[in-house]
Ligand binder design. Structure first.
Ligand SMILES: Nc1ncnc2c1ncn2[C@@H]1O[C@H](COP(=O)(O)OP(=O)(O)OP(=O)(O)O)[C@@H](O)[C@H]1O
Ligand SMILES: [Mg+2]
Length: 405
């Protein structure tokens, strides 16, 4: 089985998928924007060939270059696990006449408005929303939808330019900040808990499922620097309060015509128990979510994803052993990390449950918390009991402190 894998080296976890593909026996042709000589040996060993392209995000250019490169060779699949490459992969599949999700199907996972229209057409609950292009469109939509509402870019990521708007006055303030956004979605604001619904699908059916809770909701975590965002995978997916969300998630997969591979959906659970669709991508969640899922069941989803997309099989156990929590830390102050407080004490108390400790060390420059959820590093821990996991995560969020100057 010969597979073209777009963006095989960056973001860094893509190297794990490349490994997975090779481990299940695929011949991997990698495409990326790094020079071949700069690829780490740990990755090169899994690649049969590699094409460097100058601009990975230039769809036309990548399609032209990859097609030319493949001339005279037979390939079976074109795959991508990075959000910004999934449409390019679909275009290449169509151009080369290969099986897999079509460009139009993948568009349903990339265009937030189209996504909601398709999900809504299947009679699944989405926030009421309108696509807006101008300030006057936004005012009209706001009048129709009422307050509070959310204004966000159609193709946003990382909660960038996403605002909760409480009243008409705030709408004017927010519109003033969104001048550079060409196309936005104006939506009913859903109050509730926020969860993920993640899958590895074979022919649109989940061979693997995961639910994780965001604490607090991403919009708050991404707009308040003092927050240490926490995400916890839920060990017990049978519990009644998650069933509406899981049913919604499966419905969304059929509504959008999912094929093979990862999906990452976000949904809201309202106080009355209703599940409301947020958004979905046909790719894995970022910010270590796949590692977290791996720690939840002691499995290797990098490889199992590959087995699913290459051979149509999923062989890892799906039993869930732990709730796995990740706690992202943000240092107080600007510049370089100077010291970490409370880590030793935390590890003495809970070290046996900690599976990763990747806080930035003193001397390292702070990351831009607005740009990356990874912030200034993380701790990952796990425990079979939800409340214990939650308490340890909040202890780390509260008592471990990084400082910078
Ligand atoms: N209709 C809504 N009601 C309430 N909160 C919302 C709504 N839409 C978005 N949000 C909040 O804003 C966050 C970001 O929105 P969304 O997930 O649509 O965009 P994104 O920027 O693609 O997110 P990501 O951080 O996953 O890349 C959501 O996680 C949620 O907290
Ligand atoms: Mg989101």
């Amino acid at each position: 089985m010969k597979v073209v894998f777009l963006a095989c080296s960056y973001p860094p976890e893509m190297q794990q998928y490349t490994r997975g593909l090779a481990e299940v026996g695929a011949t991997v042709y990698g495409v990326g924007d790094q020079p071949a000589a700069a690829l780490p040996q740990s990755l090169k060993q899994y690649l049969t060939d590699y094409l460097q392209v100058p601009r990975l995000l230039d769809e036309d250019d990548v399609v032209a270059r990859v097609s030319a490169w493949l001339r005279g060779r037979e390939v079976d699949k074109v795959l991508a696990n990075w959000e910004v490459m999934v449409l390019t992969a679909a275009r290449l599949r169509e151009k080369l006449g290969l099986p897999g999700m079509s460009y139009d199907t993948v568009r349903g996972f990339r265009d937030k408005q189209l996504m909601k229209e398709r999900v809504r057409a299947a009679k699944l609950r989405t926030p009421h929303s309108e696509r807006v292009f101008t300030v006057s469109d936004a005012r009209k939509a706001a009048e129709k939808l009422g307050y509070p509402l959310v204004l966000k870019p159609i193709s946003g990521a990382g909660s960038a330019d996403t605002y909760r708007v409480a009243d008409p006055k705030q709408l004017e303030d927010v519109l003033g900040k969104m001048g550079h956004v060409k196309e936005a979605s104006c939506e009913e604001f859903i109050t509730g808990e926020e969860y993920t619904f993640d899958t590895v699908c074979i022919g649109g059916k989940p061979a693997y499922m995961n639910v994780a809770q965001y604490l607090p909701p991403p919009l708050i975590a991404r707009s308040e620097e003092w927050v240490s965002p926490v995400i916890i995978t839920v060990r017990d997916m049978e519990q009644p309060k998650l069933q509406a969300g899981i049913t919604l998630g499966k419905g969304v997969l059929s509504a959008l015509g999912m094929g093979d591979g990862f999906t990452h959906m976000e949904w809201f659970r309202k106080p009355d128990g209703e599940a409301v669709f947020g958004e979905i991508g046909c790719r894995p969640g970022g910010a270590c979510l796949v590692d977290q899922m791996n720690y939840t069941g002691d499995i290797d989803l990098f490889r199992e994803w590959a087995r699913a997309v290459v051979w149509g099989k999923f062989e890892a156990p799906t039993a869930r052993k732990y709730n796995a929590a990740i706690i992202f830390k943000r240092a107080l102050g600007r510049g370089r990390i100077t010291r970490i407080e409370g880590l030793g004490e935390f590890l003495r108390a809970y070290g046996q449950h900690v599976v990763e400790e990747k806080l930035l060390r003193p001397g390292t420059h702070r990351r831009d918390w607005k740009q990356t959820l990874l912030s200034d590093g993380h701790i990952m821990l796990r425990h079979p009991d939800w409340q214990k996991t939650y308490d340890m995560a909040f202890d780390a969020a509260t008592h471990i402190k990084l400082y910078a100057e």
